[in-house]
Each structure stands twice: as structure tokens, then as C-alpha cells.
Design a binder for this molecule. Sequence first.
Ligand SMILES: Cc1cc2nc3c(=O)[nH]c(=O)nc-3n(C[C@H](O)[C@H](O)[C@H](O)COP(=O)(O)OP(=O)(O)OC[C@H]3O[C@@H](n4cnc5c(N)ncnc54)[C@H](O)[C@@H]3O)c2cc1C
Length: 482
Amino acid sequence: MSDRTSPPADREPPNPHRSEPASDSAWSELERLFPGIVTRDPGELAAFGLDYTRVYAPNASALALPRTTEDVASILAFCNQRRLPVVPSGGRTGLAGGAVAANGELVLSLTRMRRMDPVDTVGNTVRVQAGAVTAAVHEHCEPHGLTWPVDFSSKGSSQVGGNIATNAGGVKVIRYGLTRQWVLGLQVVLADGRVLELGGALEKNNTGADLRQLFIGSEGTLGVITEATLKLSRRPGKLDVFLFAVNDLADVLRLFREVKQTPYLISAYEFFTLSCLQRLMRHRAVRAPFASPSPFYVLLELEGAPSTEALEPWLTSLFERQLVQDGTLAQHSSDAAALWELREGIGESLSATGLPHKNDIALPIAELESFCAEFEQVFSTRYPGLEICLFGHIGDGNLHINVMKPDAMPKEEFLRQAKDRDLDLFALVRAHRGSISAEHGIGLLKRNYLHFTRSKDEIALLHALKQAFDPHGILNPGKVLL
Ligand SMILES: Cc1cc2nc3c(=O)[nH]c(=O)nc-3n(C[C@H](O)[C@H](O)[C@H](O)COP(=O)(O)OP(=O)(O)OC[C@H]3O[C@@H](n4cnc5c(N)ncnc54)[C@H](O)[C@@H]3O)c2cc1C
């Protein structure tokens, strides 16, 4: 491999923003000042100190469960004055360790802040508190024929604040774009307790640099999001869901080119490999979709076809032209849900049936095929015999690469080797002008590798931003930036 440059992955240069460990008396004082809001119950600290990455040991000093923006502002002002480190926390479904408290921090959870205002059906907006659960926002908007089109399988637990702080992607990005596109306004509390109202419900606001966008995707390092005005979309009409069996990645992409020629909107174009399906079938009572197994599967959702029957000639032509080996078109909503389960159950099934080392990378679509060929070549020669489960939002150039721990290999050895493999992977990603994190963020998990995607000058500017917003480095210290 050329260009496999990196500092040793676990060396930690001095962090100018990192807070010092706080004394016990400071935490006791916080608890005393905010009764019923701050707790140091060990069970709560263990639960709230973790996110879905499951690779860090929780070690939080305290947990705050504020009810109002004023509570958040007072807690942050106190922490800033005492230099107490704070981890903003949402539904803790994050996959980058962003919400992990492993270094004696205060977890500031927005869980109690779930208010959802009435839907504005003229402006198609809704203002919610940051702790509103993503799926609850969908349910709140549904009676009005509207939705907030941020959608993925963790939506039953993830929160609006976490979605915005990670600029979440998901299964509908190909149709609607990232979370960023669906946020009109933010209320943010800065590290020193100042409250900013950014944007409100304005669709247009060209008054200089857009500060709101800085908080979207900043993973809780610049401020705590307390409320958001969400932009809503009309709920889609009839959706047609297909599953296809294809031979290889080249055919996944060939089919994608074909699908783009249809007059209908693509609302999802997802793929997964046979190894993902096999693990899903081990974990959940689902049946194989086709009589014979296939190396690759594609889930396609189309919007706008006049009727399901109208799509059948097109489906037949895909077989005739040998673009697909097998395929099915859901006839009922229950069939469609069963096909979606094949894709959406994968993340959970990999963790339930083994230990995956996860990566979430993005590539320009035009680079996908050459990237995958090189990836296969590098991994089969340098790390032979590993089970690799590939799936993801391939229509967005987003691959989830999961290397599974072999049963016979000790966990420590697997994790040690994972660091080496990551360096190879990220060098390849950089060579193909991709990103080391498509949608999960950087958090703790990828902070040593940020330089594979962001230049030295960019990283210096990110440090300058951090200094401007949070000069004492109390917010999510050690996350994203080293
Ligand atoms: C099964 C599964 C499937 C998933 N699928 C997808 C997917 O398809 N696409 C995708 O993008 N992600 C996916 N994720 C990852 C995750 O669900 C998203 O990143 C989600 O947006 C995180 O929301 P959360 O509320 O759980 O945030 P958390 O995990 O609690 O926090 C995430 C980050 O945001 C910060 N944060 C949280 N709340 C706030 C706040 N109010 N103010 C400031 N910072 C805050 C935290 O400090 C942390 O850095 C998946 C996760 C799982 C477990």
C-alpha cells in the first residue's frame, strides 16, 4: 500500500481544549445546586455513560437531566466556571463514541426535554425540544400528511438533538438529503451558558455566515442544542419496494444506472451481501428471500409509479437483460416491511451474532467500483480469511464495512489488528477522495484518523472554531479533535 501514513493510532498529542479532571467536591456541589436534576447514582451513570459503539467502559462522574433550556444554561455556566467536562447526550444510539463519558465527565442528557409544538401546516414546520425521539416526531407530523424525512432503524431511540449533532444520514438520503437540509432554526446553549436563537422558522436568511450550520454535525463540541425548528416534507404517496439478487458489485452499480433512467423517484437504493443475510437469518426468524442464495442483494424503493402493475414490465425487462439474477416486487405493505427488515435488521444482527469492527465510509459514486476492487485485493492478501459483511446506502456512495471477529481469535488480538486494517482502509479511502465517516461522525472512534479526510489547514480552523465557542474546552473534550 502506498500512502499509508499516520501517526500511531493511539498516541494522544496534548489537547489544548481538554478539561482537567474535576474534584469530587465540585460534583457534590452541582448535585446540591440542582436537586432532582443532577444525580450520581452508579446504575444511571453506567447506563448514560455509553452509546451504541459498546467498545468503551463508561466512567461518568454525574448525570444531569434538565427539563428546560434555562436548566441547561445554568448547568453549563456552572461547569464552565469550574472547568467541569460535559458530554451532551441524546438517545445514545451513536456509533462513533460521541456520547460516551469515559473520563469522569458530566453527562448532560436531553431526555426529559421532549416537547413538540403544534405542526405549522402553512409553513410546513414544527418546533421541538432536542430530546424529542425521531420516531415520535414522525408520528406527531403524520396526521397532517407531513414528515421529517430523517429515517433509519434506530429512529425509535435516537433524538432530534443527536440527529442534528451528527448530521445523520439514513435510508432516505438519496431522496431527501442529510439532516442538515431539514433544520430551519436552532436554539443552542453555549459552553458559558449564553443562549443563541439561530434562524427561527425562516426559509431564507442571507445575513452573513450561517452559524446554525456550524452546530449541525459538530457532535456536541461547540454547543448544546436545546430546541430546533424542523422543516417538514409531504409524506410520500405510494412506495414500491423491490429486492434483487445480483452477482457482484459491478452489477449493483449497473442496476443503479438503469434505475436512474426510470421516470420515478428513487427513495432508497440499499445493498447488502450474503454474509449479512446469513447473520440476519441466524439472529431473527426471517426466511431467505429467494430459492438460491446470491452474493449481493439490492433493496430499491421507488416513489411515483401509477400502480404496482405498471412496474411489472420493467421488472421483467431487468431479468431479460440479465441485470438481475432474481427479484421480487412487494405486493402489499406487509411484503414491503418484510423486505425492509432484511436490510434494516442487519446492524443489530451483526452485533448479536458476533463482534463486528465497523467502518462507515463514503466515496464518490464514480469511484465505488475501483475502490471495492482494490479493497478486496488489499484485504484478501494482507488479512486473508476474514468474514467481511458489507452493506449500506450505496446510492449515496456510503459503504458500511464490518469485519467480523473470527471465533478462534482473542478479542484483544482482533482489536489490535483492526487498527492496522483501518490504516490500510483509510489510505485507500483517501486515494479515492472519499471520507472516513459518511454519517456516523468522528467522536472518539475516528478522531485519530481525521487527517485522512480533512487537511491540516482545515483541522487548524476546526481547532480555532472550538477555541472561539468553547475556550475552556468543557464540551465533549477529546471528541472529534485530538
Ligand atoms: C441500528 C442502528 C442503525 C443506525 N443507522 C444509522 C443510519 O442509517 N444513518 C445514520 O446517520 N446513523 C445511524 N445510526 C447512528 C445513530 O443512530 C445516529 O448517529 C443518530 O443521529 C444519533 O442520535 P442520538 O440521539 O442517539 O445521539 P447520541 O448517540 O446520544 O449522540 C451522538 C452525538 O451527538 C451529540 N449530541 C447528542 N445530543 C445533543 C444535543 N442536544 N446537543 C449537542 N450535541 C448532542 C453527542 O454528544 C454525540 O457526540 C444507527 C445506529 C444504530 C444503533
